[in-house]
Design a protein around this ligand. Sequence first.
Ligand code: ADP
Length: 320
Amino acid sequence: MQDMKVTFELLKNYIGELPFGLFLFDTAKKLISWNETIINLLEISDEDLKKNHLGFVDRQIHEMLDTEQMQEKDLIGLSKPLKAKKVITSDGNILVIIVETVQEAIGEMSHELRRPITNIKTLTESLLLGAKNDPEMAQRFLEQINGETDRLAKLVNQLLNISKIKSGKLSQEKKKINLKNKTDEAIKLLQSIADKSKTTLINEVPDSYEIFGDSEQLEHVIQNLIENAIKYSLEGSKVTVRPGPISGSFEVVDTGIGIKESDIQKIFERFYRVDRTKAKGSSGLGLSIVKNVIDIHKGKIDVKSKLGSGSSFIVYLPID
Ligand code: ADP
């Protein structure tokens, strides 16, 4: 028996009372112990756990165990917002801690919502204090207020989306989707933004290539990945959509600024932005939504990137 398991079993009476859930996996990633709290948090049965089955979050937890860089992960599809954190013990066992994230999420959201609100307040006060008498200044301030209001509306919509996905309330209507057509539609929508930065959008998807899933939700994923590829590219870059390495997968490749190795897992976290000062008008929520949508499709998203040369986001979706 491994040391960590012995300690865990000895402490079990006490850790059962803790406000967070604990899983202990051995070096082969087999579940060897857990505390009582986990049963309530994950609405799971002791019997399932004894069979080494983690219920609804089975795949999500195993994805974290299998990915070396992934230290924490939001769990989705449950009635409460939960986060899993991974700790590797000195004897190679893996401890997964499950915590409720309500407090944390409220804090983050208030912080993000406060920015546009403060800007709107400052601009409105300036107008009231006299800027309204200067038509040129008034026009500029009103345009800024309009932009900030759009930003606020987008943020609130994104947050609502996340909360729907996380609570499992987002209904799905899965069917075969022609990827070439979906990509054409997304390109049409994003062409004017691409033109501004002289980015070329290329659709390399063959006519009959199909992916499987909820049309509206996957449309959102495709648009978001192309929009990011444009946003994080330098003038004159190329963005290509093409089939991925296995059937039902696809790839959005850019020749943009790239992402540092240490940032790659973090970009899927809520509100994470690599360079906050440069990413003007961005919320850090786009990829978090993309990842959640792919998770509820039981798919996977991979990123390959090289700082300075570009990135490739590969989406794998089950084909039935
Ligand atoms: P947002 O774009 O609103 O900031 P996202 O969640 O879509 O939020 O992206 C998170 C961060 O990941 C971005 O702020 C950016 O730093 C980085 N990122 C996303 N896509 C790319 C890309 N194609 N190339 C380089 N960096 C990217």
